[in-house]
Ligand binder design. Structure first.
Ligand code: TXA
Ligand code: MG
Length: 315
């Protein structure tokens, strides 16, 4: 059920139910972080393995501090610059955070979402919210209340419109005074480095890939290929119904293509990020055999978008 009524949502959460939460990145499937039954329902509902830890959403830096043992200096700097916003920080958890939330790790992932409805909800509650993206495990992330409703019709989803960023938060961790990049996201590496200097890219390392950074993710139900040359790929395959998702414009029409969509007519990478999952949802519902997506330039948010596309293409 889709609603704009905050008191219904508050009531649901207080009763230990799950709700669909709008944020500036993607919609989350949210529950009271301190309600163990509700937290375990998140894993069941998403069909997500317990080994994949959850992000805790808080209303303020002081609420974040209450969940951790230490807040490194660089974390304070980043929080001041980017919170509320699409930056998730991995910090040493205090005892009040259950191991169910963190997949039994000593660290907890925290962020303040930058969405007016999410913020006013968090300010009205006396507990933070755990919220993974509101998609079944490995499926395409939701960026509208309707996407969440299609996946989980039995829960209430707070309708906050289309998500502004459209891709998930950037995740960073801290080690010996260094900042580690653990997931590409809505804030580019350049923007983070402008605040704290060089950061270490650990997105490809074994360690970073352990807690929940599964290779196959964000996947439509049919095959997906990413390529700088979509039409060249088309000549190499023998699928019946093919859709192409172009970056800025349809390069060349082909009679062998069922549908052509354009991700960002302006060419702006933030526009591409905002439209990415919606475009994939639309193509996913067209009964295609194959989706070919034009790869984006590997700079700024293009790196994040290519990361999501490569995971969607992964078998
Ligand atoms: O933008 C976002 O971050 C969205 C919105 C709803 O806030 N949430 C989101 O959650 O993307 P999810 O569950 O789809 O992805 C969270 C990722 C996990 O896959 C895991 O890699 C990482 O965060 N993570 C969470 N807790 C962690 C921890 N304690 N240590 C390391 N990584 C962690
Ligand atoms: Mg997710």
């Amino acid at each position: 059920m889709i609603t704009q009524n905050l008191s219904i949502i508050r009531e649901q959460l207080t009763q230990g139910k799950l709700i669909g939460l709008p944020t500036e990145t993607v919609y989350g499937l949210a529950a009271n972080v301190f309600n163990t039954k509700a937290v375990s329902d998140i894993f069941k509902t998403k069909n997500r393995p317990n080994s994949s830890p959850l992000i805790v959403h808080v209303a303020s830096i002081s609420q974040a501090r209450a969940l951790v043992k230490r807040f490194p200096e660089k974390a304070t700097l980043l929080a001041k610059q980017f919170w509320p916003g699409p930056l998730t920080m991995i910090l040493p958890k205090s005892q009040i955070v259950s191991g169910l939330v963190t997949a039994d790790q000593e660290n907890v992932a925290i962020r303040i979402p930058n969405h007016p409805m999410a913020l006013s909800l968090l300010n009205q509650l006396n507990f933070p919210l755990v919220a993974p993206s509101a998609n079944p495990f490995n499926r395409i992330s939701p960026t509208t209340a309707e996407h969440v409703e299609a996946y989980f019709p039995a829960i209430y989803t707070l309708d906050g419109g289309a998500c502004h960023s459209g891709v998930e938060s950037t995740i960073v961790g801290f080690e010996n005074d260094e900042v580690l990049l653990l997931r590409h996201g809505a804030i580019s590496i350049e923007k983070i480095e402008a605040q704290v200097g060089r950061i270490l890219n650990r997105t490809a390392s074994e360690k970073a890939s352990l807690p929940g950074q599964h290779k196959k993710h964000y996947a439509p139900s049919c095959e997906l290929i990413v390529s700088y040359e979509p039409l060249f790929m088309l000549s190499a395959v023998k699928h019946k119904k093919v859709g192409i998702l172009w970056y800025k414009s349809v390069q060349i029409e082909s009679i062998h293509v069922e549908v052509n969509l354009v991700l960002a007519p302006s060419g702006a990478l933030d526009e591409a990020a905002k439209n990415l999952f919606s475009a994939l949802h639309s193509l996913d519902h067209m009964g295609l055999d194959l989706i070919i997506v034009e790869r984006l330039p590997a700079e700024g948010l293009g790196i994040t978008i290519n990361d999501r596309l490569d995971r969607a293409a992964s078998k």
